[in-house]
Design a protein around this ligand. Structure first.
Ligand SMILES: [Zn+2]
Length: 222
């Protein structure tokens, strides 16, 4: 049994500006036929047949699935099934992918400011531990907006613990994710360590406004 993951960037798709090129999201105004083509390209690149997507709502709702279902309103999936790739769409938010090889349980989470504030990462790890007996959870953190580019209002900044605020009022979402991972005894972290707002290779809502979404996908092979 092997854990696999794939994180797409902007390249290799058929969408036109401002969605250029590999936009995999249906909800941002892009032509649906192009998005459908892009998802097929995405599956080919990843080496999978299809993936489970969600109607993401910036919540801490996590849905446990054992088969493909119509996209539910949630921001996380957990499964123990092989060949059931779990996909997160983002453009600045982090895709956080979790797995425990020993107990064969994986999760994919959409962790932006709101999801991280609502502790979706801690919630998923506790579910994996309490319901599935996971003991050695590893994490993969996708590109996402870093504190270099994530200035928030002073009112919002003051609502967060000081340790998550950099240079006055820049919020460190990834710091929040790391804290939840570490407090729940994460085994290892693979961090892509790319700021989507700094890198033109990824979609960034903060930088571009109307734009596409890239995908973070995790799955188990048999
Ligand atoms: Zn940046």
């Amino acid at each position: 049994m092997q854990i696999q993951h794939f994180i797409s960037d902007r390249f290799g798709g058929v969408s036109e500006p401002p969605y250029n090129w590999l936009n995999i999201a249906m909800h941002t105004g892009d032509e649906l036929t192009r998005v459908e083509q892009n998802r097929q390209i995405l599956y080919q690149k990843a080496g999978i047949v299809r993936a489970q997507f969600a109607n993401q709502i910036h919540s801490n709702t996590i849905v446990e699935i054992d088969k493909f279902i119509p996209p539910p309103s949630c921001d996380g999936f957990i499964t123990t099934k092989a060949r059931l790739p779990l996909a997160i769409m983002s453009a600045d938010c982090f895709g956080v992918l979790l797995y425990d090889k020993g107990t064969r349980v994986i999760a994919a989470l959409h962790a932006g400011r709101v999801g991280a504030t609502r502790e979706i990462v801690a919630k998923a790890m506790q579910l994996m531990q309490n319901r599935y007996g996971a003991v050695n959870i590893s994490a993969i953190i996708s590109p996402g907006i870093h504190s270099c580019c994530y200035e928030v209002s002073s009112q919002l900044a003051s609502s967060y613990p000081k340790r998550f605020i950099k240079r006055g009022r820049f919020l460190d979402i990834k710091g929040m994710i790391y804290e939840q991972l570490e407090q729940n005894r994460v085994e290892s972290i693979k961090d892509y360590n790319i700021c989507t707002c700094c890198s033109s290779e990824y979609y960034s809502y903060r930088r571009d406004g109307v734009t596409g979404r890239f995908a973070s996908i995790i799955w188990m092979e048999e």
